[in-house]
Every structure is written in C-alpha cells, then in structure tokens.
Design a protein around this ligand. Structure first.
Ligand SMILES: Cc1cc2nc3c(=O)[nH]c(=O)nc-3n(C[C@H](O)[C@H](O)[C@H](O)COP(=O)(O)OP(=O)(O)OC[C@H]3O[C@@H](n4cnc5c(N)ncnc54)[C@H](O)[C@@H]3O)c2cc1C
Length: 392
C-alpha cells in the first residue's frame, strides 16, 4: 500500500520505518525544512529499545547513548535515599532489551538516517486530511493534494489532524513546567551525584541522567506554575532555576549553578480519546496520547505504537485497511491511556508537601523497591513487550 505519515518526530519516523518494514511504500511529510530535534535528553525504556532493535537501529542509538546502572529516588532537602531501582544489566536480562538514555538529536538522527531521503518531503506543511472510500488524502499548505491508501498523523501534541478528525479539544496545561539543560560531565564531576537521580520535594522534582556516552548530564527540574509557556527556545532568566530550587540539597543546587543555557518548557497533555482512527486515517504518538513526562514514556509509547501499527498492517490491503487500523488501536489504546493516567499521578505524588503524606509516599516507595528490582512502570514495559511478541 501507499502510506503517508505526517510529522517526522520520533513517532512519525518510527512509523515510517515500521510501515516500510511491513512492505508498504511510505511518504513522510514534515513541516520543518530540516530534521531538527532540539531539546535535550530522553530516556528509552526497554519497550522502546526492543522496537529499535527490530528496526535495526539499536546499535546506532546505543553508540551515542548512556547505559545507566540504577536510579535513585532522593528527598529534596537532605538527599536521603528513598529507594533505588536497577536500570542496567538486570533490566536487559528481564525485558530483553536495554534501558538507554540519549540526546534527542542522536535518536532522531539514527531514525532519520534509516528513512530513504527520496521518501521524505521536508518543508511541507499539511493543512488538511480527508478521505473517500478508495483513498485518503493529505492537502498541503501550498494546495497540493497527495493520495494514499492510508494516512498516519504523527503531528504531535498540537495535532491539526486530531482537531479535524475528533473536534477541537485543546492541549491541557498541567500547571507544571520544566527547566531543561545539559551540563558537561567534567563540570559536575565533584558533586557525587547518583547515577540517575530523581529528587522529590514540595511542588517540585529534579531529574538528572547522563546522555551522549556520559559526556553530558541532562537536567530536568520540574516546578508548579500558572504560566503555560511551551517552547524549546524559551530561555529562563539568569539564576531563575536556582531561585526556584532554593534550599534544596547542595548537589542539586551545584548542578543548577553550572547549567549554561536553561530552557523553560510548560508541560501540556491531551485528554484520552475513545478512538484514534477514522476509516483510512489514524493518529499516532503525542497526537493520540500526549502525556506528562513523569514516567519518561511519551516517546516510548509512540515507538511502540509504530511497531504495533506495522504488525497490524503486515499483509493488509487497501480493501481492509480500516480493519487493520481498528486492530492497531485496539491493541494500543488501553496501554497508552493507562500510561497517561500513571504519568499524571506520578506528578502529584512526586510533588507532595513535606509532612505525613510525603512520609507515607516515601514508605510506600521504599516498600515497593524492597520487593521489586524494577520501577513500578516496568509492568507496562513488560505488557508492551508481550503484545509485540504476540505477533512480532
Ligand atoms: C520535558 C519532557 C521530557 C520528556 N522525557 C521523555 C523521556 O525521557 N522518555 C520518553 O519516552 N518521552 C519523553 N518525553 C515525551 C516525548 O518527548 C514525546 O512524547 C515525543 O517526542 C512525541 O513524539 P511525536 O513524534 O508524537 O511528536 P513530536 O515530536 O511533537 O513530532 C511531531 C512532528 O510533526 C510535525 N508537524 C506538526 N504539524 C505538522 C503539519 N501540519 N504538517 C507537517 N508536519 C507537522 C512537527 O514539526 C514535528 O516534527 C518528554 C517530554 C517532555 C516535554
């Protein structure tokens, strides 16, 4: 079949590769003139890295990644360890694929390099999607109309296709924002940081992990706010991040002092949908299920969408594309919706005020870690892997 994928973010690139692997002819349409993944780090749990392996890209991504050994949850003021989980070899043994931490540009580059340049149309804004019984169509802002057997819209959290297919729901501001920065490893070498750290405090949490073969520390400092700014290019005022985390453990402040450029990103989500597809058109990734980043699963879920979409469309023909898309949505919707809810809930738990509720949370987390080697969300990594194995 001929497929058009709208959007060359992580989800769209993975979908294009997965559909090609399933034997279809794919055109990938992206509004920006270059593949430009800005931003900073991204964590890839084994549900995502399994798919990268299937796409033949695990080595390419791994070559630029950091492989964490473990994750430590800490309290904000004194850095006391609440609990600790394995992220290294044990994860790979249990889930059949590694946990990787990468720079977004490295991930995007590895994915983009695998898509033949002849099947990519950059600098092309999609203005609308429609369909009749035989085909689906993409109309570009310059008035061109492209036809295909199916269209996958991976156009992100502000998806125009979602609005067109399912009406005008808006992105929901989570009342949290993140300072994001990358710090050269040698600048924080004296700080005695845990390998991967998540520090929890009232109305805030602070995450750090290594990317690019541990040459850079990726920093995400999340705080409650009423200001709904969302842009990779919005920069924080000098010292703003330090003032926001005033009183935190000296290691946290040490990192925040050494950040050069700090970006400020308002965190938005999307309400779950009851379905993602209509006829020959389906949503994928953030356009379908944008979630808060507090389980580090948004891109991973988009990558798993792509794998399952490819499976469901293997051997499908234009006559049964609607049924194949139904199967894709049936397999993916509950898991992605569940992850949206877990992510929102994690944000609330991470930000509890000091006092009995935070103490109870810490006790719950410690009790969980005492009985489990892996993070609570690892149950979902396993479900994604099982689902994939069922047909993969
Ligand atoms: C602070 C933060 C930290 C995160 N950390 C993690 C993490 O550790 N692990 C993880 O798995 N996820 C993480 N995520 C989530 C992850 O970044 C997203 O879920 C993921 O990038 C979504 O990919 P996507 O391809 O669906 O959308 P996008 O990356 O938004 O891509 C959409 C693409 O569509 C293009 N487009 C849009 N409209 C049009 C149009 N009309 N015509 C043509 N092209 C169009 C855009 O230019 C863009 O290239 C994090 C998110 C945030 C905000």
């Amino acid at each position: 079949m001929r497929a058009i994928v709208v959007g060359a973010g992580v989800g769209g690139l993975a979908a294009a590769l997965s559909l090609r692997r399933a034997g279809h002819d794919v055109t990938l349409v992206e509004q920006t003139p270059h593949f430009t993944e800005t931003g900073a780090g991204i964590q890839l749990a084994p549900n995502a890295t399994r798919v990268l392996r299937r796409l033949g890209l695990l080595k390419a991504v791994d070559a630029h990644a950091a492989r964490p050994a473990e994750l430590s949850f800490r309290t904000w003021s004194d850095g006391a360890e609440i609990c600790r989980y394995a992220l290294g070899r044990a994860v790979e043994e249990e889930f059949g694929a590694p946990y990787l931490q990468v720079h977004r540009a490295d991930l995007q580059q590895a994915l983009a390099a695998a898509v033949p340049s002849g099947s990519v149309r950059l600098n092309t804004v999609v203005a609308g999607v429609d369909q009749d019984e035989e085909s689906a169509y993409v109309t570009t802002a310059s008035g061109e109309r492209l036809a295909a057997d199916l269209v996958v819209t991976a156009d992100g959290i502000r998806s125009a296709a979602r609005r067109q297919l399912f009406g005008a729901d808006e992105a929901v501001f989570s009342k949290t924002a993140a300072y994001r920065a990358l710090v050269p490893a040698h600048e924080v070498a004296d700080l005695d940081l845990p390998d991967t750290g998540v520090w929890l405090g009232p109305d805030r949490h602070f995450v750090h992990y290594w990317v690019r073969r541990r040459e850079l520390l990726n920093v995400v400092a999340v705080f409650g706010t009423e200001t709904a700014q969302e842009s990779w290019t919005a920069q924080a005022e000098p010292g703003e991040q330090l003032r926001a985390f005033d009183g935190w453990d000296p290691r946290v402040l040490g990192v925040l002092q050494r950040t050069g450029q700090v970006f400020r990103w308002g965190i938005h989500t999307r309400a779950p949908l009851a379905r993602w597809n209509v006829g020959r058109v389906t949503l994928l990734g953030d356009s379908a299920h944008a979630m808060a980043p507090f389980q580090a699963q948004g891109a991973a879920q988009a990558i798993v969408d792509a794998a399952v979409l490819g499976d469901c469309l293997t051997g499908a023909t234009s006559a049964d594309v609607g049924g194949a898309l139904d199967r894709y949505v049936r397999r993916r919707l509950a898991g992605a919706t569940n992850m949206q809810a877990r992510s929102a809930q994690a944000g609330e738990e991470f930000h509890l005020p000091d006092g009995p509720e935070a103490e109870a949370r810490n006790a719950r987390m410690a009790a969980h870690a005492a009985g489990h080697r892996f993070l609570p969300q690892a149950a979902a990594w396993a479900v994604d892997a099982l689902d994939e194995r069922a047909t993969g």
